[in-house]
Ligand binder design. Structure first.
Ligand code: URA
Length: 210
């Protein structure tokens, strides 16, 4: 697994505002979308392209277009839904699948309650959206689901990551085709499995405490 930490000033600026308890739901949502678009720009860097030429008003130009098959975006329910708009802004042609995992608050072990993914992902680039890479249990499960269906690559876009979570995923997946792109690797997890200093519960801040 490869980890890419994006330390661009705009990313750090937006992440700092996102962490702030003073940021209300509307601000949190729009900052999340902007941040995801910036992370997605780096996360899509290795997408395959094929040469094409186009006619401009004054001549012919050589260029590229994204090679098929279409990529798959996989927001992890529920907080990953808050990242979808920022991602489809860059990849409007992508298909979207959904995965839902529930984390037991005591054992912190994740179990699957929703699996809306294509049965065959042969040769496809996939992008997992999950704002918080905490223990890594959820992400490892989702990566396995995608890899077992033949995905060519799995790139997870996480706003924040804990060192514990990164170690967990790295131990499970050695391949270069598995990548995590994040805005920050924070200090640690606390006893409740929250990232410190983190930003709190991403789902609650995006959608309210329901
Ligand atoms: N999930 C969250 O929403 N926040 C954390 O800090 C960890 C997991």
């Amino acid at each position: 697994m490869r980890t890419l930490v994006i330390d661009h000033p705009l990313v750090t600026h937006k992440l700092t505002a996102l962490r702030d308890t003073e940021s209300d739901t509307a601000t949190f949502r729009s900052l999340t979308a902007e941040l995801v678009t910036l992370l997605a720009y780096e996360a899509t860097r290795e997408m395959r392209v094929q040469p094409v030429s186009v006619t401009t008003p004054v001549g012919m130009a050589s260029g590229v277009k994204l090679a098929g098959p279409v990529p798959l975006i996989v927001p992890v329910l529920r907080a990953g839904i808050g990242m979808l708009e920022g991602m489809t802004r860059l990849l409007p042609m992508a298909e979207v699948g959904f995965v839902g995992l529930r984390r037991d608050e005591e054992s912190l072990v994740a179990s699957t309650y929703a699996d809306r993914l294509p049965a065959d992902l042969t040769g496809r680039d996939t992008f997992v959206l999950d704002p918080m890479l905490a223990t890594g249990g959820t992400l490892a499960t989702v990566i396995s689901m995608l890899a077992n269906r033949g995905a060519a690559s799995v790139t997870a876009i996480c706003l924040l990551a804990a060192p514990e979570g990164l170690r967990h995923v790295e131990a499970a997946f050695a391949a270069d085709e598995v990548r995590v792109v994040t805005a920050s690797v924070d200090e640690r997890l606390n006893e409740k499995g929250y990232i410190v200093p983190g930003l709190g519960d991403a789902g609650d801040r995006l959608f309210g405490q329901i």
